[in-house]
Design a protein around this ligand. Structure first.
Ligand code: ZN
Length: 164
């Protein structure tokens, strides 16, 4: 069982830092393996499908993802290919609670990263997984989805709309 970490909330300035690359030798160290477990657990408890290290106050290039089909730990993720085709869908973020908005993202991507075992991986993703990877890697560069979103709404406003 991991530890539940505190999630930084916008406008915390630490969310705007450019995160540092992780040294490959550090990935197998106990404190980094603990961070994998703790961040994954935190994401599960908070009902997220992705979490980036800067969101828990660690300015390093590490993200974890839990979509229906994929459980991923990605160190130094790098998007090396992007489809020309983009699509718009709704996003939210654990660091921007209550808000959601429409964000245009590449429909499919190829991502290079190092996994939790220190192995180099190449992943082709499309749809939701591609979207989550783009959202989380943005966090590593200090970018939040609200910087890109259109029709940004607060959840309570949306609920009022739905009741009509
Ligand atoms: Zn986010």
């Amino acid at each position: 069982m991991g530890e539940i970490l505190d999630i930084l909330i916008n406008p915390d300035k630490r969310l705007r830092l450019k995160a540092k690359k992780v040294e490959e030798n550090d990935i197998l160290k106990p404190e980094m393996q603990k961070l994998c477990t703790d961040m994954f657990q935190t994401m599960m408890v908070k009902d997220g499908i992705g979490l980036a290290a800067p969101q828990v106050g660690k300015s390093i290039r590490f993200i974890t993802i839990n979509t229906k089909n994929k459980k991923l730990f990605m160190f130094n993720p790098e998007i090396v290919k992007k489809s020309i085709l983009k699509e718009i869908d709704e996003e939210g973020c654990l660091s921007v609670p209550m808000y959601f908005g429409e964000v245009k993202r590449h429909k499919s991507i190829t991502c290079r990263f190092i996994d939790e075992n220190g192995k180099k991986q190449v992943l082709k993703a499309s749809g939701l997984l591609a979207r989550v990877i783009q959202h989380e890697t943005d966090h590593l560069d200090g970018v939040l989805f609200i910087d890109k979103a259109k029709n940004l709404k607060r959840l309570d406003e949306a609920e009022v709309v739905e009741e009509d």
